[in-house]
Design a protein around this ligand. Sequence first.
Ligand SMILES: Cc1ncc(C[n+]2csc(CCOP(=O)(O)OP(=O)(O)O)c2C)c(N)n1
Ligand code: SF4
Ligand SMILES: [Mg+2]
Length: 351
Amino acid sequence: MTYIAKPKVNLPGQPRNALGLLQRDYEGSLSTLCAGCGHDSITAALVQALWEMSIAPEKLVKLSGIGCSSKTPAYFVQGAHGFNSVHGRMPSVATGAHAGNRELICIGVSGDGDSLSIGFGQFGHAIRRNLNMLYLIENNGVYGLTKGQFSASADPGSKPKKGEPNQMQSINPVATAIAMGASFVARSFSGDREQLVALIKAGISHPGCALLDVISPCVTFNDHEGSTKSYAYTRQHMHEAASADFVPPATAITAEYKEGEAITVKMHDGSSIVLTKADPEYDPTHRSAAVRYLEKHRDKGQIPTGLLFIDEDWPDMHGIAGTAKKPLKEFTFDELSPGAAALEKLQRDMR
Ligand SMILES: Cc1ncc(C[n+]2csc(CCOP(=O)(O)OP(=O)(O)O)c2C)c(N)n1
Ligand code: SF4
Ligand SMILES: [Mg+2]
């Protein structure tokens, strides 16, 4: 991972956000990823979204596992908190961070290898707990860091640069997440900045686990003819199911939408997501309809993108467990240690 600081060049006249910060303040160290790697475009989208949302760097916690994708947190918001965990264990660390302080905005960046193989159990339990975080998978169908072996998201028939085509079924993170009960599921492409920025903002505003699967081509090991995760293949086969316009709190919805074309989902922080559906019969607020939609398009060889499913009303981890609203660090020692008498009573009650 790089720790090479970017030169601080503050050009006069650069726009500032509501906190008075420049977009430059939301950048991180210099990337050491291969030139053209999809992961770096996702970093650029994260920088733009976080700057536009005026998120205070000290309110943000960035977490990751292991892989080229898991290096991403080093490349955005230098002043935020961060933890690079062991392979596949990002969700556990995110759970601990958010349990300790629910005021933190939590962004976990993972890879298809990190989340769908070694971390598959952890991925499922972050969804089951509805941990309030943006869970971003940078999906390239390979283990980029260890020289391009097929990962669990590689499609059957997809060709490697050398050797035999993949013969195993792929794990589709969006279909799996919807089936496991996720409250927010979206898919995007690293080459579609506009869609990606809108989905990052919507995912951060969602009060639960927001899974965002981003097809992010690996230019070194999986961007050739015959790959189903290349730039060319993704551009040819992506099909936007529902575009998501993010409308910040206290901002009026100004665009006009045809009847039946758009659904407005009000978020708990006062922002709104206006979903414009490509297919009138598609309903991203209906779980089984979303699964049917994904299956139908898989049979046609298409890659549905956009906000695929949302349920704003499901409680998050804190709501389910009824935890204290105050961050753990603000409790006094006496508040946290109930004392011998309370412990004795607890033991008596359990006998
Ligand atoms: C416990 C453990 N097992 C295996 C590895 C080797 N390893 C490092 S990264 C990686 C896979 C990374 O793939 P992915 O998450 O898709 O990230 P990418 O590099 O493609 O962005 C593996 C298997 C490891 N670091 N730790
Ligand atoms: S090996 Fe692939 S995933 Fe890793 S930095 Fe290079 S292009 Fe990106
Ligand atoms: Mg990968």
